[in-house]
Ligand binder design. Sequence first.
Ligand code: SF4
Ligand code: SF4
Ligand code: FES
Length: 235
Amino acid sequence: MHLSVWRGAGGSGAYRTYEVPRHPSQTVLDAVTYIQRELDPTLAYRYACRVGMCGSCAMTVNGVPRWTCRTHVDKVVRNQRLEISPLRNLPVIRDLVTDMSGFFDKWARAKGHFRGAKDRRDDFSRVSPLDEKRKQADAGIECIGCGVCYAACDVVAWNPDYLGPAALNRAWTLINDVRETENSERSRAVAGDAGCHSCHTHMSCTEHCPKGISPTAGISGLKRMLFSAVFKDAL
Ligand code: SF4
Ligand code: SF4
Ligand code: FES
């Protein structure tokens, strides 16, 4: 098959084409790795776990953001061709490697860290799996920080300050964690111009998330929560 791979750095570059042999159960990451190991050792790309855990292997494959270690070539190849480029909405460091710092800075701005009240001498908190808030927290907790949703979001493309689907999903997950102690600060962080009200509910993040998470649902939850808080203050 023919792989057209984006090569370049510093805002300029071009596609270069490589011939890669097909194998049964071959993933897109396998094909990119073949190029780096057998054809061109200067190709820069990123991966770690190869099993859908670390979130580092995301790329744009035939125009669609995907986790490449869990994407089979058979599923995405068209006429024996694949086009691979870096994730959208992130600066490119080199070839297929993007700079994720802005993405994770937004997690920090959305207060994406857990802060509980207990320490290691305390007993475990017991939260029933039937608890409604826990169900909402569980719905977003498996995020692996891959950036696929962020690359799929047009609002991030138009407004680089927008916190984006992953950071807002993380904020909603923590807001529903009954052990969390910093939800007032978190609510303020997601209420500003760059927060949940900027989401246009395009659902693109939800359609592409490889973990089956719906950041759109979480963002709607944040909007409802903030609306109720304003309504309560007005009474
Ligand atoms: S639903 Fe909101 S966050 Fe998700 S892609 Fe659309 S605008 Fe972006
Ligand atoms: S919400 Fe999904 S697509 Fe977005 S960073 Fe998390 S796992 Fe990746
Ligand atoms: S290499 Fe870790 S998620 Fe793909």
